[in-house]
Design a protein around this ligand. Structure first.
Ligand code: RUB
Length: 308
């Protein structure tokens, strides 16, 4: 199981796969593929392999609860399965993984259907970084015939905003790219801000690409509605027990490859936007208040609390 899992973990670490959704999808597929390659003879050995795979994937990026929820869900299904033969348990992994991926896809489409209604004709929408959930929603609005334009930030240090810009242009949407520090300069011309999420805490705070909280601050000052577009499964159940979501700190070389000696460079990948800055979370259950997140998760995905 190790080879394919380690390879995926490495690609995630290097950002060859980026964005919480894509990371979770790649991780689930790696677990499924790894399970098929298993040489384990007994259920306990198979579970040990799955646990090692889990650790390798969890270590690839720190701030990715969707990936953690997905992997724990699959492993939990194997643990509680009454099947004993490894061949049958590989079948359980495949079946649960496929179902998870199908549900994730359905959520994405539901989110697009809800969120696209908030994109009004002749409006200007600002987004930060690259969220596949956000770009899918904007594409849907365009397909529905809305005319609007998108402003995207570069998203330093590794320029995921360029991915957003290319996707928007490919979808035929008029697009402007700005440097991150120009957000406030443009905010008064913007009708709506939409960003993705990496994690949602039990208090309804949202963790997303570094700089998101500054965009939210500028939006609040300009009274521009600020929406988070996200699957509910980005909720991190550990936050209900008091743990803080850990913020990944990446290599300083992403900021400056060849810095002068003695310089301290810090490179946190994400920051926290507090719920009072968020008008709503556009999710598969509709547009919800960040306050209602824990209650909604308990109702819709109660298994999240069982598998932590
Ligand atoms: C990507 C990022 C995205 C969220 C949501 O950061 O912050 O907004 O992951 O993306 P990075 P999605 O490039 O460091 O992974 O909606 O695709 O899950």
């Amino acid at each position: 199981m190790r080879e394919s899992v380690l390879d995926t973990a490495e690609r995630i670490k290097r950002l060859e796969v980026q964005g919480a959704r894509n990371v979770a999808i790649a991780a689930i597929k790696a677990i499924e593929e790894g399970a098929k390659e298993s040489t384990a003879g007994r259920k306990e050995e198979f579970l040990k392999e799955l646990s090692e795979a889990k650790e390798a994937l969890f270590a690839s990026r720190e701030t990715e609860p969707l990936m953690r929820n997905a992997i724990r869900h699959v492993i939990h299904a194997v643990e509680k399965s009454d099947k004993e033969s490894v061949r049958e348990l590989v079948g359980v992994v495949s079946q649960v993984s496929s179902q998870f991926l199908e549900d994730l896809e359905r959520s994405k489409e539901k989110i697009a259907a809800v969120g696209s209604k908030r994109i009004l004709n002749r409006s200007r929408v600002l987004t930060h970084c690259h969220s596949s959930t956000v770009t899918n929603m904007l594409r849907k609005a365009k397909l529905e015939g809305k005319s609007f334009d998108v402003v995207c930030t570069e998203s330093r240090p590794v320029f995921q905003g360029r991915i957003t810009a290319k996707e928007m242009l490919d979808a035929g949407i008029e697009t402007t790219l700005i440097v991150d520090s120009a957000v406030r300069y443009f905010m008064n011309e913007v009708d709506l801000v939409v960003v993705g999420a990496d994690a949602i805490t039990s208090e309804g705070n949202v963790i997303n690409k570094i700089g998101t909280s500054m965009v939210a601050l500028a939006a609040k000052e300009a009274r521009t509605p600020f929406y988070v577009v996200s699957e509910l499964l980005k909720f991190d159940p550990v936050t209900i027990h008091g743990d803080y979501e850990r913020i990944e700190e990446r290599s300083s070389s992403e900021v400056w490859a060849d810095p002068p000696s003695g310089l301290t460079i810090r490179n946190p990948a994400f920051d926290v936007t507090r719920r009072e800055f968020i008008h709503g979370i556009i999710c598969e259950e509709g547009i919800i208040s960040p306050h209602s997140i824990s209650e909604l998760i308990s109702r819709k995905y109660p298994w999240i609390f069982e598998v932590t």
